[in-house]
Write a protein that binds this ligand. Structure first.
Ligand code: SAH
Length: 359
């Protein structure tokens, strides 16, 4: 890990303050931010409208890049998955999804799914990210740089963010909020708060804290079970924050923000795809006027779970919708590139000698 702070972790005021300490004119702040976010360059030396002395000072004080692409994979549906390496050698995944029915509207062409931790501590039984626990939180700069690098490598302007990659975003609250502030800022990436969705395993106190933030972020909660008995079987976090408390926090979010929220519900064969679960899900989502994203499970090598057949999924959807709940049955994107949470990294770490395409 490098000792220098990364410039992409700074808010505009913090950069200004540093420039003032160096007795630089105030207009340099925006010149620098332009080179970092609007027309990103790879080195401080390329910031051609800055005097050489300032470029030198910046390079001695700050890092500019926080992630480095080690591998990209294209799926036939054009979902593109990036494996990034951090300064300490850790690997994280970021996915570019050209259109995500159910998550975004038709006009949101380019969605980036970002990671917030190396690994994950929550150990959901179906998920590849948590298999080896959590290694560390990502810094704000690393989160911001995921988006910048995907933009650069793909040539697409990103206009939608889903915080649904590796890790539990609300367990890395401060760095997440700092990153989202930069991603949202007009001087940063300029992506509207309403185009940013934060997905959580259901950390109750943090959901309440998020509700009290000024930013109008969209909230998604990974439910995956509509009763404590079923949810606790696959999500250990349910023992700490059972459904009653979780739903009360969701209610607080919806009423404080005056925004609709989403429940994500993976369909796993023989586990949470019963009529009883569909009814319970319809009831609780209906009460909160929440939308439900049904996602047929994406099998993970080494784990026993399977997705139900298409008829079972459609039947489940129908039962939920009878409670006047809006649902989407997500047609899985990226299955053939192991795009489910944590899968690419897992494969890379278990088999690092396999051909790595330098991006
Ligand atoms: N920790 C956060 C965000 C990361 S996971 C959360 O739990 O919401 C993003 C979503 O992918 C979650 O809903 C998670 O349950 C889901 N997911 C994990 N593994 C999956 C798999 N194999 N197939 C389908 N969805 C999966």
């Amino acid at each position: 890990m490098t000792a220098r702070p990364n410039i992409k972790s700074l808010l505009r005021d913090e950069l200004s303050a540093q420039l003032a300490v160096w007795s630089e004119p105030a207009y340099r702040t925006d010149q620098i931010l332009q080179w970092v976010y609007a027309k990103p360059v790879d080195s401080f030396d390329q910031m051609s409208n800055l005097p050489a002395s300032l470029r030198q000072k910046l390079a001695t004080h700050f890092e500019l890049n926080a992630v480095h692409a080690v591998r990209t994979r294209n799926a036939s549906d054009t979902t593109e998955k990036f494996l990034f390496q951090l300064h300490d050698g850790s690997l994280i995944e970021t996915v570019l999804i050209p259109a995500t029915p159910g998550l975004t509207t038709q006009s949101d062409r380019h969605t980036v799914c970002v990671s917030t931790q190396v690994g994950c501590a929550y150990g959901c039984k179906f998920c590849a990210s948590g298999l080896e626990g959590v290694k560390r939180n990502l810094t704000a700069a690393e989160i911001v740089d995921e988006v910048l690098h995907v933009q650069k490598l793909s040539g697409d302007k990103v206009n939608n963010i889903v915080v649904m990659g590796m890790g539990e975003p609300l367990a890395n609250y401060d760095e997440l909020m700092r990153a989202l502030t930069i991603i949202n800022a007009p001087w940063g990436l300029g992506i509207g708060a309403r185009k940013i969705t934060v997905s959580t395993v259901g950390l109750v106190p943090r959901i309440r804290q998020l509700a009290d933030e000024p930013m109008q972020l969209r909230l998604a909660v990974s439910l995956h079970g509509a009763t404590d008995a079923v949810r606790a079987q696959i999500m250990p976090v349910n023992k700490k924050y059972p459904l009653k408390e979780l739903l009360a926090a969701c209610d607080y979010y919806v009423h404080t923000k005056k925004r609709l929220m989403t429940f994500e519900y993976i369909l796993i064969a023989g586990l949470n795809d019963t009529d009883e679960q569909a009814e319970a899900l319809g009831k609780l989502a209906g009460k909160l006027r929440a939308k439900v994203n049904l996602i047929p499970y994406n099998p993970v090598e080494g784990l026993p779970w399977q997705r139900p057949g298409p008829e079972v999924c459609r039947h489940f959807q129908h039962l939920v919708e009878r409670h006047h709940v809006t649902t989407t049955l997500r047609t899985e994107k990226g299955t053939d590139i192991n795009a489910a949470c944590g899968q690419l990294r897992l494969q890379h770490e278990r088999n690092p000698t396999r051909t790595v395409a330098e991006a």
